[in-house]
Design a protein around this ligand. Structure first.
Ligand code: SAM
Length: 364
């Protein structure tokens, strides 16, 4: 075969690898989930130094017949950057494993642990709907989640305490990631507000962080009754149960963090109209809505290699919103359309102020 033929054959094999890697992407997720469920990051952390494989095996609650398989789980997770492998000083034949920055974030006691987020996202309640995706494209069901479970995610969470807990815990893990940057880069956005309602604030971790930072501000964590049930306010924080499509407690500022991406355009416009009704509009003081969500790049924008990973994460979220809740991630044009359709007059975007997410101030 000539050089051109060889080139084509090697390209073909590269494409085969590309397809295989996509078919097997779930193996990365499920191997990671397995390591978390077995408590591997905790075992290595508690050991206090790189942990020899034999020690790791004996510390885990596994059946003796499965000891021989642990090194294979560790091998793929080392390859994907969750553990680093070192040669043990005692025995050159035995590998020892240490945590990386990524696996430290999966320790259950880490203040910014992503472990509840992993458990929620990889629970069959949220993964089963992916099998219905092709059928969803062929019928008029609102979401694959609805097709799978016969109700919306929010109704399911109100009936199923396990999902409610997973979901609330998962969402709560986000707060520590963004608060320091939020208060450093966008503190001015909150200044001058005497009150704030965190709409869809879940169990109120973000509301609490804002209430602590601005002790003069009266803060309300507002969510569906099942989400705030039993939560007690104190100081300048209160919990209120309700439905944001019905009415939102009046206040100077309304925070919508990770809310509008859960909903299709017509519902977002409804929510924003309810926010407009709720915000202060006196001569002296004008309220505002503060949105924390992604602002994705335009489809035709040139993407360099550096951006490729971040854009993939945004696309993952966009697909997740489509499958689970009938929401979407939006570009600036789509945001502007929502904002003006709800009757607001202006907005300001702090692009990527919070990593993959932006902050949008919306003015009446
Ligand atoms: C993706 S979570 C975001 C939670 C929180 N804002 C955060 O960023 O961590 C969406 C929240 O919206 C709440 N929600 C859904 N429908 C609602 C409604 N009709 N009224 C009020 N809250 C609602 C859910 O219970 C959930 O807590």
């Amino acid at each position: 075969m000539g050089s051109n033929g060889e080139y084509c054959a090697s390209k073909l094999l590269e494409s085969q690898t590309h397809v295989w890697n996509h078919i097997f992407s779930y193996i990365n997720s499920m191997s990671l989930k397995c390591a978390i469920d077995l408590g591997i990051p905790e075992a290595i952390h508690n050991y206090g130094q790189p942990m020899p494989l034999s020690q790791l095996i004996s510390s885990l609650q596994i059946h003796p017949t499965k000891s021989q398989f642990i090194h294979r789980l560790m091998r793929i997770l080392t390859h994907s950057g969750f553990f680093s492998k070192e040669i043990s000083l005692k025995s050159e034949l035995e590998s020892s494993y240490a945590l990386t920055d990524a696996s430290k974030l999966l320790l259950k006691d880490h203040p910014m642990s992503l472990s509840p987020f992993l458990s929620a996202m990889l629970d069959p309640i949220l993964t089963k709907p992916w099998y219905k995706l092709p059928a969803w494209f062929q019928n008029n069901s609102p979401t694959s989640f609805y097709m799978t479970h016969g109700m919306t995610l929010w109704d399911y969470a109100s009936l199923e305490p396990t999902l409610n807990k997973y979901f609330n815990d998962a969402m709560a893990t986000d707060t520590p990631f963004i608060t320091s940057v939020l208060f450093e880069k966008c503190k001015g956005v909150f200044e001058g507000l005497e009150s704030l309602v965190d709409v869809g604030g879940g169990t109120g971790t973000m509301t609490k962080a804002i209430a602590e930072k601005f002790p003069q501000m009266e803060c309300i964590a507002f969510d569906l009754p099942h989400a705030v049930n039993g939560l007690q306010g104190s100081g300048n924080i209160k919990y209120v149960g309700g439905d944001m499509f019905e009415s939102i407690p009046p206040s100077d500022g309304i925070l919508l963090k990770f809310i509008l991406h859960d909903w299709p355009d017509e519902k977002c416009i409804k929510i924003l109209k309810k926010c407009k009704e709720a915000i202060t509009r006196s001569k002296e003081r004008k309220g505002k809505v503060i949105v924390i969500d992604m602002v994705v790049s335009d489809d035709d924008e040139k993407i360099d290699d550096e951006d490729h990973k971040s854009i993939e994460t945004q696309l993952f979220f966009d697909m997740l919103m489509m499958v689970e809740v009938n929401g979407k991630e939006r570009n600036e044009k789509e945001w502007a359309n929502l904002i003006f359709s709800a009757g607001f007059s202006d907005y300001k975007i702090y692009f990527s102020a919070l990593g993959l997410r932006s902050l949008i101030e919306i003015f009446p």
